[in-house]
Write a protein that binds this ligand. Structure first.
Ligand code: APR
Length: 178
C-alpha cells in the first residue's frame, strides 16, 4: 500500500505535517526521541506541553511543532514492556490509533511515526512492529486521512524488522515487498 512506507532517519528532520513523539505521561520531555524532539522544537514546545496536564498511556495530545519542520507534534506515552502479560499490546495499539484519529480530526495529511516504546520502554521490536503495523494498516483501510503515513526508524536494524514484518503480513506478492 503506497500510503504507508518505512524509512531510516531522524524524525526531528521530518517534512511531514505531523510527527509522533514517544513521550511519557508527564509530557514534560525526557531522553530518546522525546529529548530529540524537544531539543529541535525549542522551549515553546515544553511551554505548551506544560498546559496539557499530562497524558495517559495509549492516549495522544497534539501540540504545534515550533522550530521543527513539522507543523504539529502528536505526543503519545507508550506502554513500558513488562513481559507482555500486562496489556502492553493493547496499550501500544491504542497509541497508534489515538495518533491516527487525532491526525484525521485535524485534517493532517502526512504523519510520521517513531517506533513507540521500543527504546527506553523496552518493547521488543518484532512484537512492537506487529502491533504497530496492524494498527496502522487497519486504520488506513477504513480512513482517507492521513493520506501518507511513514514509520521513521532511527536505525537500519529497526527498519529491517518493520520491513520483514510488513512483508510477512501485508505483501500479497513479491512485487509488493518492501
Ligand atoms: N528519530 C527517530 N527515532 C528515534 C530518534 C530520532 N531522532 N531517537 C530515538 N528514536 C527511536 C529509538 O531508536 C526507538 O526505536 O525511537 C524509538 C523509541 O525510543 P525512546 O525514545 O526511548 O522512547 P520509548 O521507548 O517509547 O520510551 C519513552 O523515554 O525518552 C523517554 O520521555 C520518554 O519516558 C519516555 C520514554
Amino acid at each position: 500500500m503506497e500510503r504507508f512506507s518505512i524509512l531510516v532517519g531522524d524524525i526531528t528532520q521530518s517534512d511531514a505535517e505531523a510527527i509522533v513523539n514517544a513521550a511519557n505521561t508527564t509530557l514534560l520531555g525526557g531522553a530518546g526521541v522525546d529529548g530529540a524532539i524537544h531539543a529541535a522544537a525549542g522551549p515553546e514546545l515544553l511551554a505548551e506541553c506544560r498546559t496539557l496536564g499530562g497524558c495517559e498511556t495509549g492516549q495522544a495530545r497534539l501540540t504545534r511543532g515550533y522550530r521543527l519542520r513539522a507543523k504539529y507534534v502528536l505526543h503519545t506515552p507508550g506502554p513500558i514492556w513488562r513481559g507482555g502479560e500486562h496489556g502492553e499490546a493493547e496499550a501500544l495499539a491504542s497509541c497508534y490509533r489515538s495518533c491516527l484519529l487525532l491526525a484525521e480530526a485535524h485534517g493532517i495529511r502526512t504523519l510520521d511515526f517513531c517506533s513507540i516504546s521500543t527504546g527506553v520502554y523496552g518493547y521488543p521490536l518484532p512484537q512492537a512492529a506487529t502491533v504497530a503495523l496492524r494498527a496502522i494498516m487497519g486504520f488506513l483501510a477504513d480512513h482517507a486521512l492521513p493520506e501518507r503515513v511513514r514509520m521513521v526508524c532511527h536505525t537500519e536494524r529497526a527498519a529491517e524488522v518493520y520491513r520483514q514484518t510488513w512483508n510477512l503480513w501485508y505483501a500479497e506478492d513479491k512485487g509488493q515487498r518492501m
